[in-house]
Design a protein around this ligand. Structure first.
Ligand SMILES: [Zn+2]
Length: 232
């Protein structure tokens, strides 16, 4: 079964054409927005999707992942008159940084959002996989795993290597069927995952790359990219 995921954008940090990488995922009856970079809010407004979101997951605090979060929260509060939106994070340091950022921009954060550290009872089917320091030094970050009785979905966030759980013995077998949405780079850089480094999992999971420009992919690339069929 194909997961109900649509990428609002699938490009790299400065790729305005493809937009900041972010996704809408419907899971267990909830619609999650994963990340809210500076190109995301306008696209959600254009599509009439601002009110459809039930919770947000934030992978890390770079601008291409949180740059329009306050705009979205203001819109929901003042225009849509909706209650505070759950904003899920996976590490206490990420929670503290995100709260401080929102407090700086918005003042009384609790009017607009509830910054929740996973695990959380209401979202028991979402777990965070800490990846702090693997995207950039001193940058708290996490991947997210969504699980149901029929499907598992791993969303990597930005990370300079395959999400480490993939290398744990038995982890992939224990999470079948598994869909992996992973950041990719087509040249070796410390901040994003080199596409060929994901090849070992191509036969064991449905692996899809995002956070890239398909035009930069070499002819030899074997990794499917979300741009072909998971865009909003
Ligand atoms: Zn980043």
């Amino acid at each position: 079964m194909k997961p109900a995921i649509r990428f609002v954008g699938a490009g790299g940090a400065h790729d305005l054409a493809w937009g900041n990488s972010a996704a809408l995922l419907t899971w267990e009856g909830y619609t999650f927005l994963i990340d809210c970079g500076f190109t995301v809010y306008p696209r959600l407004v254009e599509r009439g999707l601002i009110e459809k979101i039930d919770a947000i997951c934030i992978t890390h605090v770079h601008d291409d992942h949180i740059g329009s979060l306050s705009a979205l929260l203001y819109h929901r509060h003042f225009l849509s008159q909706l209650p505070p939106l759950p904003v899920l994070v996976g590490t206490a340091e990420l929670q503290a940084k995100l709260y401080t950022y929102l407090h700086f921009l918005m003042g009384f954060v609790e009017r607009f959002a509830e910054v929740i550290l996973l695990p959380a009872a209401q979202f028991a089917f979402v777990s965070a996989i800490p990846t702090s320091g693997l995207h950039m030094p001193h940058m708290p970050s996490c991947a997210y795993l969504f699980s149901s009785s029929t499907l598992h979905l791993l969303y990597s966030g930005d990370i300079g290597q395959p999400v480490p759980v993939l290398r744990e013995p038995g982890w992939v077998e224990a999470h079948q069927p598994l869909w992996v949405f992973h950041d990719v780079a087509f040249r070796r850089v410390p901040t994003h995952c080199y596409h060929e480094d994901l090849y070992p999992w191509l036969g064991q999971a449905e692996v899809w790359g995002y956070h890239c420009d398909p035009a930069q992919a070499p002819e030899s690339n074997q990794l499917p990219l979300v741009h072909t069929q998971f865009l909003l």
